[in-house]
Write a protein that binds this ligand. Structure first.
Ligand code: GRF
Length: 221
């Protein structure tokens, strides 16, 4: 694929940016159908900003705090920046700000998020703690299109891990995070290459699960 045909992507962050980094690394591949052209943070002290800059990617801080409850004013500033940068796709990666239906509609079918649970289970916060408290045996992460409802929207890709008997929220989070770093770039590749269509709120693709597609937990020894 020639560079000119690549989809132009902005990543929105608020924190350390490990998923952002995974996307940046993956997009360096010549055949990757998207390029990361902009990283936006709503927090000036987000660790991910420096990492993005080290990779030579343009960064911008649009502090959300001064806008207070005026969400749309913040989002208009954000939208202006995205439009000026010719952005085709937006990836939320640990972006800790609720988006209004107005903003979400501007990016309908063009904005992805990653959530650390197998949606529709465990929407919201503290997903790993809640999964452990429920005693689920399989947990994971989901890449989905963003819709006005939080942690909902057509599911693009999911990755799962077996929950271990001795897992803490931290050890489980670490294994799920490794899965996130794999599925977010893969999902972006799929979306940016046009390999997904949304039908009645469900993503359809010709890609299938891997041949060895069973994950059984716990394993009986
Ligand atoms: C990740 O766990 C992601 O699933 C959630 O927020 C966290 C962001 O981590 N939405 P990072 O900033 O990408 O390291």
């Amino acid at each position: 694929m020639s560079d000119t045909a690549k989809r132009r992507v902005a990543i929105l962050i608020s924190g350390r940016g490990s998923n952002m980094t995974a996307l940046i690394e993956a997009a360096k591949a010549q055949d990757f159908p998207a390029e990361i052209v902009l990283v936006v943070s709503n927090k000036a002290d987000a660790g991910g900003l420096e990492i993005a800059a080290q990779h030579g990617i343009a960064t911008v801080v649009i502090e959300s705090r001064p806008f207070g409850k005026d969400r749309e004013a913040f989002e208009r500033a954000l939208q202006d920046k995205l439009t000026a940068s010719g952005i085709d796709l937006v990836c939320l990666a640990g972006f800790l700000r609720l988006l209004t239906p107005w903003f979400v509609r501007q990016w309908e079918g063009r904005m992805l998020n990653i959530h650390p649970a197998l949606l529709p289970a465990y929407r919201g916060l503290h997903t790993h703690e809640r999964a452990l408290a429920d005693g689920v045996k399989i947990h994971g992460a989901t890449v989905h299109f963003v819709v006005p409802e939080m942690d909902a929207g057509p599911i693009v890709m999911q990755g799962a891990v077996a929950v271990r008997a001795d897992d803490t929220a931290e050890t489980l989070a670490a294994r799920v995070l490794a899965v996130e770093h794999q599925i977010y770039p893969d999902a972006l590749r799929l979306v940016a290459s046009g390999g997904i269509r949304i039908e009645n709120g469900v993503c359809r693709t010709r890609a299938t699960g891997s041949a060895d597609d069973r994950l059984i937990s716990p394993a009986v020894i």
